[in-house]
Design a protein around this ligand. Sequence first.
Ligand SMILES: [Zn+2]
Length: 172
Amino acid sequence: MDFKSMVVDKDANIIRVEEGRLCTSCNNNVQMKILVIPNEVVDNEDKLLYTHDTYFPICSNCYGLNMSDVYIQENLKSADDAYRKHFDIINIGEIKSMVSTLSMIPSIPIISKLLGFHEGLLTKYMAGQSPTKEHSELMRSVKSLADLEKIVMKREKKTIEEYVDTYLGGLY
Ligand SMILES: [Zn+2]
């Protein structure tokens, strides 16, 4: 990307300037301009699905990109928020709420297995990894232990207790 023309010709929005920041390109204490550039997310046929903001800290002296962890995290969050909003994907709060309705099963890895995921996946979802639409719908459908029981019964032809006894050694 040509950040210089974006800053000079204002092709991109500058949302804020930060004074007295060390530029890692020119090694000067400079004013950093934070550009906002819309990122377009397309489907397999190149059709635009949605856009979300991405942030680029640019040195006003050398126009070098100074992408720090803070902005990497901010851009990841922007991408994830937009993905979840566009596809109506379950958020972390909803996942934690689902887990709390299953408090009689005191193990996240076991709940993960009962949902049909590999045992570490639910933990990753609770830490912020974005679920697929299919997994999102499945987690949203679980409002009680009875809902989870139906899912296990349909998939395994077993009750939760039988499944846990047979495959997980009666861990709870
Ligand atoms: Zn610089």
